[in-house]
Design a protein around this ligand. Structure first.
Ligand code: IPM
Ligand code: MN
Length: 343
């Protein structure tokens, strides 16, 4: 029996290149993984007009996790691959925890003056299956001066409470035991009230975890003025989308930003992918930095309960990044080789 069944969706552009390195590193730390490759993304779309065939989705469901590279190409109309693949996986596989850790690693520099490695270490737990992403709403009187477009945010007690509970569980396991709820309760009073009440109810179950509330506008400001203050942040789908890009920027850019779209119960496979896109401008040259893809593989290992392997991979990436010579960029495969060799 294999140690794990992993579906590989390398995708478009640099996705293929960075995913190969992530696999190399998984193999170095956990031999015997059973991989199945799925050619999804722009190529499949152009060839067949399909984005995620039903049969493929059923096969994906039989895996322990999905390792994803990057999806997206300028030749495909915007939204087709995003909605048809990334969001479809999140919704259909109930990946309600969108996990985005941000850390300022040694060897990387923050655009914030005076912030030293180690001082920023947070994780954003972004809700992944509700909010404004559900696609509810519509357009009336299209292409007339009276046109009206609505976009509704869906928030359920069940959905809000479970993602908040996941954030508290994580905070409990981390050093600082702190959770910040980010929303806009002064304006979005319906959903805001649901989030606040759910947060208070769950907080009562975790007496060791300290809590705080911030509006999204204030949190965006603190994210660039004092990101050191955060430990775990829990927030709604769209707020989390925006906030995690800022978090990535203050921790040295998306080169190191890993993410997981997680179904914590493991009833369905979770997807692990670098936050960066397919970067068509540098695709095929072997120069993309695979660090974020390898760190995403570490999140995958963690999710599968391989805590020791996950920690070793993360530490090896951190050491590799810290050892880089400024002005002498490594090739994609060299980074993978170095990390794998350190294991
Ligand atoms: C992300 C991306 C996606 C999102 C897009 C591509 C649908 O921006 O994973 O953050 O908005 O969630
Ligand atoms: Mn985003």
């Amino acid at each position: 029996m294999s140690v794990a069944r992993i579906a590989v969706v390398a995708g478009d552009g640099i996705g293929t290149e960075v995913t190969a390195q992530a696999r190399k590193v998984i193999d170095a730390v956990l031999p015997g993984v059973d991989y199945h490759e799925y050619d999804l993304g722009a190529r499949l779309y152009h060839r067949t007009g399909e984005v995620l065939p039903q049969s493929v989705q059923e096969e994906l469901a039989g895996h322990d996790a999905i390792l994803l590279g990057a999806i997206g190409d300028p030749s495909v109309p915007p939204g087709v691959l995003e909605r048809g693949l990334l969001l479809k996986l999140r919704f259909d596989f109930d990946q309600y925890v969108n996990l985005r850790p941000s850390k300022l690693w040694p060897g990387t520099t923050s655009p914030l003056a005076g912030v030293k490695p180690g001082e920023i270490d947070m994780v954003v737990v972004r809700e992944g299956t509700e909010g404004l992403y559900v696609g509810a709403g519509g357009v009336l009187h299209r292409d007339t001066p009276a046109e009206i477009a609505t976009e509704e945010s869906l928030n359920t007690r069940h959905g809000v409470e479970r993602v908040i509970r996941d954030a508290f569980d994580r905070a409990q396991r981390r050093d600082r035991h702190h959770v910040t709820l980010v929303h806009k309760t002064n304006v979005l009073t319906h959903a805001g009230s649901l989030w606040s009440r759910s947060f208070a109810a769950v907080a009562a179950e975790y007496p060791e975890v300290t809590t705080e509330y911030q509006h999204i506008d204030a949190a965006s400001m603190f994210m660039v003025s004092n990101p050191q203050r955060y430990d775990v942040i829990v927030t709604d789908n769209l707020f989390g989308d925006i906030l995690t890009d800022i978090a990535a920027a203050v921790t040295g850019g998306i080169g190191m930003a890993a993410s997981g779209s997680v179904n914590p119960e493991r009833k369905y496979p979770s997807t692990f992918e670098p936050v960066h896109g397919s970067a068509p401008d540098i695709a095929g040259q072997g120069i993309a930095d695979p660090a974020a893809a390898i760190l995403s593989a570490a999140l995958l290992l963690e999710h599968l309960g391989r805590h020791d392997e996950a920690r070793r991979v993360t530490e090896a990436v951190a050491a590799e990044v810290a050892s880089r010579t400024p002005g002498a960029p490594l090739r994609t495969a060299e980074v993978g080789d170095r990390v794998a060799a350190a294991l």
